[in-house]
Design a protein around this ligand. Structure first.
Ligand SMILES: Nc1ncnc2c1ncn2[C@@H]1O[C@H](COP(=O)(O)OP(=O)(O)OP(=O)(O)O)[C@@H](O)[C@H]1O
Ligand SMILES: [Mg+2]
Length: 333
């Protein structure tokens, strides 16, 4: 059975101007040990999709519908009569079998607690380890994520570390209880380029060593190419295409995926224009288009795309795409 099954997930935010439809009927599955990349431009719903799963939506966010199964358990918010019960349940899950790595390590680290405390607390709270055992494991974890002189460093505070080292500490904390799933939201974008490469290398090594599944959210197709077995492309709150790395890189079907690939096809070219994948701007999620979310920017748009939402077409096993071009019923005009 899959480790994570997300079915028809819909998340909205209440605002003064109306409801922002951040995640619109998203479905996907993740197997044990698998690495899934989630790619899409800013505002496409990547982070909110993950926060809906892990129970970290902002106060004004609501999971409107959908089912989330994790490790055989139903963790859909609708399962719980009270928000408090859900929050408690998810706090337990997050300390144990799901871990999250954020873009900015300081949103996660507590500036006034020593690294040691932050590393051993999740182990003491969620396992029956003694303090000594937890400290030993904490030192091991720091070694594993490449922090030199861990015995000395473990007694320091987060501000005594560089940005890259802080992110390594966050990764060590995430690994502390051998999570089944690690969700990383742009874990390297706040770091400078050489450090980015080192941290990605580290995540890649850890992935190979442990059997944790990883969901890696990123703007950068280059990152997922290196790290991920499967890739989901998000646009306008939807997954518009999902497939293996090979499907996405060598047999892309959605015009948006093609646009993203064109943008990275020549990494040597540092002309600013080549970094803008597709002209136009993303749809307004307060009032999303009733047809395909990409219709206004799509070079191949047909009449049907404006008024009707495309259904998901199976291209091959595990490769799906929601585009009218693939739907035999569509009148191609
Ligand atoms: N608390 C909130 N209230 C209202 N709207 C929100 C809130 N949080 C997020 N949104 C909206 O939800 C949509 C999806 O946001 P999300 O954070 O998932 O984007 P993203 O794909 O992660 O983008 P980025 O790459 O910039 O991180 C956006 O339109 C965003 O403005
Ligand atoms: Mg985000």
């Amino acid at each position: 059975m899959a480790l994570l099954v997300v079915n028809d997930l819909r998340t909205e935010f209440k605002t003064d101007s109306g409801r922002v439809q951040a995640v619109r009927n998203v479905s996907f599955q993740l197997e044990q040990g698998e690495a899934l990349g989630v790619v899409g431009e800013s505002g496409s719903g990547k982070s909110q999709m993950m926060y809906s799963i892990i129970g970290l939506l902002a106060e004004n966010g609501i999971v409107e519908s959908g089912k989330i199964l994790f490790d055989g358990k139903d963790i859909s918010p609708s399962q719980f009569a009270k928000k408090k019960e859900y929050d408690e349940f998810m706090r337990e899950i997050r300390g144990n079998s799901m871990a999250m790595i954020f873009q900015d390590p300081m949103t996660f680290l507590n500036p006034v607690l020593k690294v040691e405390t932050q590393l051993i607390e999740p182990m003491l709270n969620h396992t029956d380890m003694t303090k000594e055992q937890a400290r030993e494991k904490a030192l091991d974890l720091l070694r594993k994520v490449g922090i030199p002189s861990p015995e000395k460093r473990i007694t320091q505070y987060p501000f005594e570390f560089s940005g890259g080292m802080r992110q390594r500490i966050v990764i060590a904390i995430a690994l502390a209880n051998n999570p089944k799933l690690i969700i990383a939201d742009e874990p390297t974008t706040a770091l400078d380029v050489t450090i980015q490469a080192q941290v990605l290398e580290l995540i890649d090594d850890l992935k190979r060593e442990s059997n944790s599944a990883i969901i890696m959210i990123t703007h950068d197709l280059g990152v997922v190419a290196k790290l991920c077995d499967r890739i989901a492309i998000m646009y306008g709150g939807k997954i518009v295409e999902i497939g293996t790395d090979k499907d996405i890189f060598y047999n892309p079907k959605h015009p948006y995926t093609e646009g993203l690939l064109r943008c990275i096809s020549n990494p040597e070219d540092d002309d600013e224009k080549s970094l803008t994948p597709i002209a136009g701007s993303p749809p307004d999620l307060l009032n999303p288009p009733k047809g395909c979310p990409f219709v206004d920017r799509c070079e191949k748009a047909m009449r049907v795309c404006k008024d009707y939402e495309p259904e998901v077409t199976d291209i091959s096993k595990g490769h799906q795409c929601a585009c009218w071009l693939l739907d035999r019923r569509a009148v191609k005009q």
